[in-house]
Design a protein around this ligand. Structure first.
Ligand SMILES: [Fe+2]
Length: 295
């Protein structure tokens, strides 16, 4: 999931217990009352979800399953060219359905035997500390809706394609899953909001938008790149910088555009040594020093 409020459609619980998702006028589904009703119903599943119970089944249309099948097919071609070996390993182990949207409960059942991770339903924005904190418990907050069928390769918000194709395939790889857990432990350890934001930005520039050198080619492992039909063709032309904690934790990003500044790890080991070790040990003081070192 992306972590900025403006990227999520606001979700409001009504007095009668129903849930309304407020889509902006520019959202592809804005003028589709059937889609909007489905969005409201799916958000209601997350709002009313009781932890420890199976994730309720979301209703999808045949058109929406076709969106999943189309995007899965097209991204699969691009992943073979652009994704890291570890991500491809995760995808091969997870074996997501190709022709239909998997339910989040099904994703959990596929993922848990591999790395212990399970999914939690999220209606929209989850507060940073909750979103990251539960990663330490092997839990991943995920939206359940899918983008509007009229534009299969575009979504203004993180949908189930991003959450599952982008993140679950990565979470199926033990080395990446361990990094996600460490990010969660870091989010639980730090106390100040500035330190938490720093931890989340390092996550953004690694597990969401990270790139990696692999046999003299630049590959992607970040879920945001690997779930974006357009961005995956563009990342090699972006401003690629060396992995640097101070820079990642303080660089501003605009979630509404393609990410034009990316940070490259030289290997998985390098990512583990720099970012994994940071998340393993960081606290408010060490982060304050990293912020000061940036100036
Ligand atoms: Fe994400």
């Amino acid at each position: 999931m992306f972590e900025e409020a403006q990227y999520f459609a606001p979700v409001a619980a009504q007095a009668d217990g129903s849930v309304v998702v407020e889509l902006s006028a520019s959202h592809p589904g804005f003028a589709d009352p059937v889609y909007r009703a489905r969005r409201n119903a799916i958000a209601g599943l997350a709002v009313n979800y009781q932890p420890g119970t199976p994730i309720p089944t979301a209703e999808y249309t045949e058109q929406e399953h076709e969106v999943w099948a189309t995007v899965t097919r097209e991204l699969g071609i691009k992943h073979a060219k652009y994704a890291t070996a570890e991500y491809l390993d995760g995808a091969a182990r997870l074996r997501l359905p190709q022709e239909r949207i998997p339910q989040l409960e099904e994703v959990s059942q596929l993922l848990e035997p591999l790395t212990g991770f399970r999914y939690l339903p999220a209606a929209g924005l989850v507060p940073l500390r909750d979103f990251y904190g539960v990663l330490a418990d092997g839990l991943f907050h995920s939206t359940q809706y899918i983008r509007h069928h009229s534009v299969p390769f575009y979504t203004p918000e993180p949908d189930v394609i991003h959450e599952v194709i982008g993140h679950a395939n990565a979470l199926a790889n033990p080395r990446y899953a361990a990094l996600y857990r460490l990010a969660g432990e870091a989010a639980r350890r730090v106390e100040g909001e500035e330190a938490l934001e720093f931890v989340s930005k390092v996550f953004w520039f690694t597990m969401e938008f990270g790139v990696m050198r692999e046999a003299d080619e630049l590959k992607a492992y970040g879920a945001g790149i690997l779930s974006s039909y357009g961005e995956i063709e563009e990342f090699r032309g972006m401003d690629i910088r060396p992995l640097d904690l101070s820079a990642m934790g303080t660089t501003h990003y605009d979630i509404t555009k393609y990410q034009d500044v990316l940070f490259r790890a030289e290997s998985v080991q390098h990512l583990e040594d720099v970012v994994g070790d940071f998340w393993s040990s960081c606290d408010d003081d060490s982060i304050a020093k990293l912020v000061a070192a940036r100036v």
